[in-house]
Design a protein around this ligand. Structure first.
Ligand SMILES: Nc1ncnc2c1ncn2[C@@H]1O[C@H](COP(=O)(O)OP(=O)(O)OP(=O)(O)O)[C@@H](O)[C@H]1O
Length: 301
């Protein structure tokens, strides 16, 4: 039986006047996954997220949340928590007043969860938002999203203004939130390192198109690093869809899809790491075939 999807989008697109911010986006994310949505500036990550949480209307396509077609005012949105990139908090409110605000807006609000979470983070409830550090403000905004008890939590660049320590803590915390509650978490980031520890699903967006969507294990298993003599690399390139091609001192290092062609004699085959693989895709926006890659089981070649 197919896994139930937390989010499924088909032919999703958004056009601002003549410019397509997102186009032909078709993908499906199974329930319970922790998803890294990765792409360079302007790739369409916020555009995608804003449509998924009902803040922006698609130009084309449709969105299903837990199997229900999304409507801007529909009940499926009650299951979605969102942390926007600019973390909208009222600066003159105390943290406790922000919690009251969250409680009034959300019928499924969990006050104990919110207070416990902030206590663990040493964030005082009687402190005004404007007196908190940028990282603490991010944590308060994340607490508001989590205490809504969503089934799908969408976080737009939650790591952006955090120092390395706070970033690591937040990643660990996100991993715990999804492991404890079984919710599906999607978060966008420019930073590929660390994501493999926290996330188990990868979506790569580039120039408004999906290059990859799949379970990280499947994506990694679907690619290999080939190392061999530079002057024989042409033969590999002619036969294979090469994702990355690095040459140095007479040696070629090529990231290719597994099974795309026979490995030439004398070449070494190694597993590929996530970061060089993602960077390889981002450098080649034309790589990636959405029809093959955006399956529920991941991007197997
Ligand atoms: N309201 C808007 N009006 C016109 N163009 C827009 C609007 N919002 C986004 N765009 C354009 O759509 C494209 C995608 O933008 P988006 O903000 O979704 O990218 P992003 O991947 O979130 O980028 P970043 O990592 O810089 O936040 C960009 O070219 C951007 O200029």
């Amino acid at each position: 039986m197919a896994e139930q999807s937390a989010l499924a989008v088909r032919d999703l697109g958004k056009r601002y006047r003549k410019v397509w911010a997102l186009r032909d986006c078709t993908l499906s994310i199974p329930v319970g996954r922790t998803v890294a949505l990765v792409g360079p500036n302007g790739a369409g990550k916020s555009t995608f997220m804003n449509m998924v949480v009902g803040l922006s209307k698609p130009t084309t396509g449709d969105i299903e949340i837990f199997g229900s077609r999304m409507r801007q005012d529909g009940p499926s949105l009650a299951r979605v928590g969102f942390l926007a990139q600019d973390k909208p908090l009222y600066e003159s409110f105390k943290v406790s007043e922000m919690l009251t605000f969250g409680r009034k807006l959300n019928p499924s609000w969990d006050q104990a969860l919110a207070e416990d979470r902030l206590a663990k983070l040493n964030i005082p409830l009687d402190r005004k938002v404007k007196a908190l550090s940028g990282g603490q403000q991010t944590q308060v905004a994340l607490t508001l999203a989590v205490a809504k008890r969503p089934d799908l939590l969408v976080l737009d660049e939650p790591l952006a203004d955090l120092d390395p320590l706070a970033r690591e803590e937040l990643l660990q915390n996100l991993g715990e939130v999804s492991a404890d509650s079984g919710i599906t978490v999607i978060f966008s980031s420019h930073i590929v390192e660390d994501l493999a520890d926290t996330c188990d699903w990868l979506v790569v967006l580039n120039r408004g198109r999906v290059q990859l969507s799949g379970a990280i294990d499947d994506v990694l298993a679907g690619h290999r690093l080939l190392t061999g003599p530079d002057d024989h690399a042409g033969q590999v390139i002619a036969d294979t869809d090469v994702i990355a091609d690095r040459r140095r001192n007479g040696e070629a290092k090529l990231i290719v899809r597994t099974g795309a062609s026979a490995v030439p004699e004398g070449w070494r085959v190694d597993p590929v790491a996530l970061e060089p693989l993602v960077l390889g895709y981002l450098r080649r926006p034309e790589s990636g075939r959405p029809a093959e890659q955006t399956t529920m089981s991941g991007g197997r070649a």
